[in-house]
Structure formats: structure tokens, C-alpha cells
Design a binder for this molecule. Structure first.
Ligand SMILES: [Zn+2]
Ligand SMILES: [Zn+2]
Length: 183
């Protein structure tokens, strides 16, 4: 799980399609200019993060695991899994991040149109994946939720909210994104 000197590392946990990882890496590179983005070799979902009663993984426990094991000693790390995520109080989350910290996690599971009974669409799935990745990494750079519904930092409690966002930051959020590596 080395980060190869990158200041933003994408860590696939489990089997994640290469094409979606490449799309996410390109979207993150566009969103955080000047930052070196790398995709690390795939790891495994740690056992201790399962919420067996719900059949989901606990995103808060996953972040704690990454932090405890210092999976990324420098820079920002976004773990990407395909397993549905939840927290103690939320029945599901698209992702979670440490605000101003190093670690973020996201799930691809609820970004697929077919999960909502819609036709498969790789373009829509990729688009949502890029937005979610930028949103969670934005938190690690200290950004909080934005009131603008079309800003990538707007909170998503439904996939419709995700689809209303653009991939980019609004001018105010953009001004808060550090342009150079800061870890
Ligand atoms: Zn958020
Ligand atoms: Zn904004």
C-alpha cells in the first residue's frame, strides 16, 4: 500500500475495475491542480469493519483502521470499495472523510444506476464516481459542505443530489483548495 510519493493516493479495496479507477484518477487530477495522484495496488477490506447485522461496512471504522495502520503516512488517501457503506447513525453513506485529515473512503455500490432500477450507464456511473471522490478528498483538504446545490462539496443524501452537482468546485470552494501539496 505504498503511495509512491504521490500526495493523493487512491487505494482500491477489493476488486475495482481499472477503467473506473482511471476515470476517478483523471477527475481528481483536474480538481486538485498541482497534486500528484497515484493509484496504489489493491488491498483487502479489513474484517473488523463489517456491520454484520446490516450486511454493510462501517465507513467510520474503515477510516479508523486506515488511520491506526498509517496506511498513508503522508498526503491524502482515498480508499475506494464496492461494498455498501453505513455509519452508526446513517443507514448508508456514499463516503466519509476526515475534515482536514488524511483519510477518506467511498463506495461505488450506490453510484450504479441499476441499483435504483435504472438502465446501466457507464458514463453516469463514472461521472458519479468522480464527483464522490472529489467531494471526499475535498473534506480532507479542510472543505466543509457547501450550500450551493451544484457545487461538488454540496452534501449528498440521495443519488439525485449527486446528479445535480457539477464535477467541479464553486468559486468559493475552489478558492479554499490548496494548490500545492500540503502534507
Ligand atoms: Zn460530505
Ligand atoms: Zn461550493
Amino acid at each position: 500500500m505504498a503511495n509512491d510519493g504521490a500526495d493523493i493516493t487512491l487505494l482500491p479495496l477489493g476488486v475495482i475495475e481499472r477503467r473506473v479507477l482511471a476515470h476517478v484518477a483523471a477527475a481528481v487530477t483536474r480538481a486538485f491542480p498541482g497534486h500528484l495522484v497515484a493509484v496504489s495496488p489493491a488491498g483487502r477490506l479489513p474484517r473488523g469493519i463489517w456491520n454484520t447485522a446490516r450486511g454493510q461496512c462501517d465507513s467510520t471504522r474503515l477510516i479508523r483502521y486506515l488511520d491506526r495502520h498509517q496506511v498513508c503516512p503522508a498526503g491524502k488517501l482515498l480508499a475506494i470499495c464496492d461494498t455498501d457503506l453505513c455509519t452508526q447513525i446513517l443507514t448508508f453513506v456514499f463516503g466519509e472523510a476526515e475534515v482536514g485529515g488524511c483519510y477518506a473512503v467511498m463506495s461505488l455500490h450506490r453510484l450504479r444506476p441499476e441499483v435504483y432500477g435504472m438502465p446501466r450507464s457507464e458514463a453516469l456511473f463514472f461521472d458519479r464516481s468522480g464527483k464522490e471522490a472529489i467531494h471526499e478528498l475535498g473534506h480532507t483538504f479542510g472543505l466543509r459542505h457547501c450550500y450551493r446545490y451544484d457545487c461538488v462539496m454540496h452534501s449528498s443524501d440521495s443519488i439525485e443530489a449527486t446528479d445535480l452537482k457539477r464535477e467541479g468546485f464553486c468559486p468559493r470552494c475552489r478558492s479554499l483548495v490548496p494548490r500545492a501539496p500540503n502534507c
